[in-house]
Design a protein around this ligand. Structure first.
Ligand code: FES
Length: 154
């Protein structure tokens, strides 16, 4: 069941769109912001509220890679694997993070702190190699920087 707070935030967003369903990505993001991910139950409740079928809403949710349909850690690390980052050291960055956290792509640390996911271009190619943690971009990475950055996220 959606909370009153979630519903209020979604209602506010609806005023910006000509049709209710046009706001479905923002509505999904709202639910995810509150719960960390979008469960089947949340998706079904949200679909009812948005006057959509669960399948329609799920097709949107699974199209966007930043809507999480499975539980994730408290922080999500997106590692850019597109061309600029690939040329500038993507593999070294990924290997260092994987070894440091003891997880592979698509996995979550045992303490629930981090989930590690691949991602296409993060739009900061001039600072490749880059990662994004939650809403924060980090570029020009080297191993020392990675340690410092990860230490900021509890
Ligand atoms: S290629 Fe990595 S940020 Fe663009």
């Amino acid at each position: 069941m959606l909370t009153q707070e979630e519903l209020a935030e979604i209602e506010a967003v609806l005023t910006c769109y000509p049709q209710k369903r046009a706001a479905c990505v923002e509505a999904l993001k709202t639910v995810q912001r509150h719960r960390g991910w979008v469960s089947d139950e949340s998706l079904s409740d949200l679909a009812d509220f948005m006057d959509m079928t669960a399948d329609e809403l799920d097709s949107v949710a699974t199209f966007y890679n930043l809507i999480f349909r499975k539980p994730v850690g408290r922080h999500v690390i997106l590692v850019c694997n597109s061309v600029s980052c690939w040329v500038m050291g993507y593999e070294q960055v990924l290997d260092y993070i994987r070894e440091g956290l003891g997880i592979g792509l698509g996995e979550t640390t045992a303490d629930g702190r981090f989930t590690l996911l691949p991602n296409v271009c993060l739009g900061t190619c001039d600072q490749a190699p880059a990662i994004m943690i939650d809403d924060d971009l980090h570029g020009n990475l080297d191993t020392q920087k990675i340690d410092d950055i990860l230490a900021r996220y509890e």
